[in-house]
Ligand binder design. Sequence first.
Ligand SMILES: CC(C)(COP(=O)(O)OP(=O)(O)OC[C@H]1O[C@@H](n2cnc3c(N)ncnc32)[C@H](O)[C@@H]1OP(=O)(O)O)[C@@H](O)C(=O)NCCC(=O)NCCS
Length: 335
Amino acid sequence: MYNSRISGLGMYVPENIVTNDDLSKIMDTSNEWIIERTGIEERRHIKKGDGNTTAIMGIKAAKIAIERAGIDKDEIDLIIFATLSPDYYFPGGGVLVQEELKIKTCPAIDIRNQCSGFIYSIATADQFIKSGMYKNILVIGSENHSGGLDFSTRGRAVTVIFGDGAGAAVISREEDLTKGILSSHLHSEGKFAKDLALIGPNTNRWVNKIIKDNDPDDISYYPYMNGQLVFKNAIVRFSEVIMEGLNKNNLQPDQIDMLIPHQANLRISQFVQKKFGLSDDQVHNNIQKYGNTTAGSIPIALTEAWQEGKINSGDIVVLAAFGSGFTWGSTIIKW
Ligand SMILES: CC(C)(COP(=O)(O)OP(=O)(O)OC[C@H]1O[C@@H](n2cnc3c(N)ncnc32)[C@H](O)[C@@H]1OP(=O)(O)O)[C@@H](O)C(=O)NCCC(=O)NCCS
């Protein structure tokens, strides 16, 4: 019998800072509107020529995580790569990481669960470790949103929210069964698939040849979000899935030392914080600086919280996410 634990964490965000005022210059929005509705003050965008892609940012975060885990890259038995914005339609980002890091020919899995992608990835890694099959798994969440957003006023409700960045974790075998990843809880509800989606690039359209090249009015090539529906579902599902994880481990909300919510909207995080009676010290938010980095959001926030000394041995750490699918999930960790 084995448990699994996070043995190393890393993050990378592009240097290029885009403030709300910067966006106000190119679309009809304002710093006040964005801060009031989302809490976001600025986000990072890949800049032409900086060399970043979704895979490259993930690799930069991964190198830090591997070093902090104290292992050699060739000790990685599996790569799991979560993103909704891969470098290529296929193959996925995992194989690009394997090649760039020159890791032996280990397996690579891509996970397509958007904002819940990192939770789904951790849950997958945890099972491979608990089964005894693998010892060290590299999990990456990375997004290049800025390459695919509508920067006209038409796209403002979505575009102001999202940012670029990556986070990574090494999940390793743990012999002490009282420590590490205690459980993960995953859900989906596909009836809402089109309420937060990017429909345009799909194979049905290729087959039926209904694709129009360079049509500026074809908004199906930009993400669509039914914002209020997403908001309402998020606050319910976040709360449910955190409670599910606590119940599974006989924990009470006041035993949470650190909650890392997916950074969707500061208002959603604040609602969840209040619901569980947590203080500001017990929740780590950084959406103010990075916006919503989807699969990158939890590993970036987790890395930051850990770097700032907010997570210590023995702490109960709760990760929770909700997003496109709809999908949602939580992971409960004893650090
Ligand atoms: C997106 C979100 C911030 C929008 O806030 P909202 O209060 O629902 O706003 P609405 O969409 O109802 O729009 C209200 C008005 O603001 C306008 N608006 C939208 N985006 C705007 C922007 N960036 N700047 C200025 N005005 C904007 C709308 O056009 C609308 O104008 P109208 O009343 O004249 O029609 C909010 O719905 C949200 O956060 N949803 C959840 C998003 C999320 O978590 N997504 C990630 C999931 S993982």
